[in-house]
Design a protein around this ligand. Structure first.
Ligand code: UD1
Length: 309
């Protein structure tokens, strides 16, 4: 049984990862519950520590008392808007806490098998290269993107310079069960789900023609485990579906699946909104990963989950 640490493990992606790993692994979760929820992990047997990853004293003690095999680093302030409003505080979470852990692992020569950092498609910014490859130019336009990019590079450099077993991924638009819809900057599908369920009006910024590479969280979890366990290089992988769908088409499919009509109010495009997004996932496919969930199947599963809660 491997010992696994998931920071941000009570959050959306982290809790789905914990559910997937719990039967065969000994899992510790560190989460300050800023976005995560205890209910997300209430039904699984894990060691839960309600702590901030910026509490370095606590994190060092946790690492020295446990010989973790795998560390999945998902803790972050994931709101881009929050990073614009509070750049220094979010920097501490999104960058400093990551370097601190890497440095502790290096100095104490902790015998980890893999440290996986989760970065974001935000690092690509608004450049025209299309679809986005890991080698495409980056343009981190916000403190969130700058920190994700820097932490990703630190993670890779700790592998290249000091031989730590590190790797990183860049998430595209992840959706599915346990995504928190409570901020205006939450993932659009979590907001749409909430509006559909409660017959609320959904504000669509733009005309709905903006495209995104939506990837179901079940596939994201499979990709994370594969990258952490089946690769060796300190490098970065796009984690996405590789498809591209206009937002309005997603809404229509979802209406079809749920049998509900979404009430839409159209508003001006959001400042800085990206018009087109799609990942090239050939690098991920190159390690044997294939997405299993079509958008339709993913939406069906997500809607079915929402009817149970
Ligand atoms: C996503 C990430 C963001 C990252 C960016 C980089 C999420 C939640 N956000 O933003 O961290 O910087 O990729 O590529 O994964 N929309 C509406 N109404 C709403 C909410 C959203 O119309 O109430 C629209 C947005 O304007 C956007 C689309 O839906 O055009 C998707 O929005 P969102 O889910 O926030 O994701 P990204 O903008 O792609």
């Amino acid at each position: 049984m491997a010992k696994v640490l998931i920071t941000g493990g009570a959050g959306f992606i982290g809790s789905n990862l914990a559910h997937a790993l719990v039967d065969e692994n000994d899992i510790t979760i560190v989460d300050n519950l800023s976005m995560g929820k205890k209910e997300n992990i209430a039904d699984i047997d894990v060691h839960f520590c309600e702590h901030d990853v910026c509490d370095t004293k606590f994190m060092h003690q946790l690492l020295s008392e446990n010989n973790f095999d795998y560390i999945y680093y998902l803790a972050a302030v994931s709101s881009v808007a929050d990073s614009v409003a509070r750049p220094l505080e979010t920097h501490r979470v999104n960058q400093e806490s990551v370097i601190d852990i890497l440095e502790y692992i290096r100095l104490k020569k902790l015998p980890i098998k893999r440290f996986l950092f989760t970065s974001s498609a935000a690092v690509y910014g608004n450049l025209p290269d299309f679809p986005k490859k890991e080698t495409s130019h980056v343009q981190p336009l916000t403190p969130y993107a700058v920190d994700k990019y820097a932490s990703e590079r630190f993670t890779i450099d700790y592998g290249r310079l000091y031989g730590l077993p590190t790797v990183a991924v860049r998430f595209f638009n992840v959706y599915g069960p346990r995504q928190n819809p409570d901020s205006p900057y939450s993932g659009v599908l979590s907001i749409i789900t909430k509006c559909m369920k409660n017959n609320q009006i959904f504000t669509l910024y733009g005309d709905g023609s903006q495209t995104r590479d939506f990837v179901y969280v079940g596939d994201v979890v499979r990709a994370l485990i594969k990258v952490a366990t089946d690769t060796n290089e300190p490098t970065v992988y796009n984690v996405a579906d590789g498809g591209e769908t206009p937002l309005i088409d997603v809404i229509h499919s979802y209406e079809d699946i749920s049998g509900k009509r979404l009430k839409i109010e159209f508003k001006e495009t959001r400042n800085g909104d990206i018009t087109k997004s799609k990942a090239d996932i050939s690098k991920l496919r190159g390690i044997g990963f294939k997405p299993k969930w079509t958008l339709r199947e993913g939406l069906k599963q997500y809607w079915a989950y929402n009817l149970t809660i």
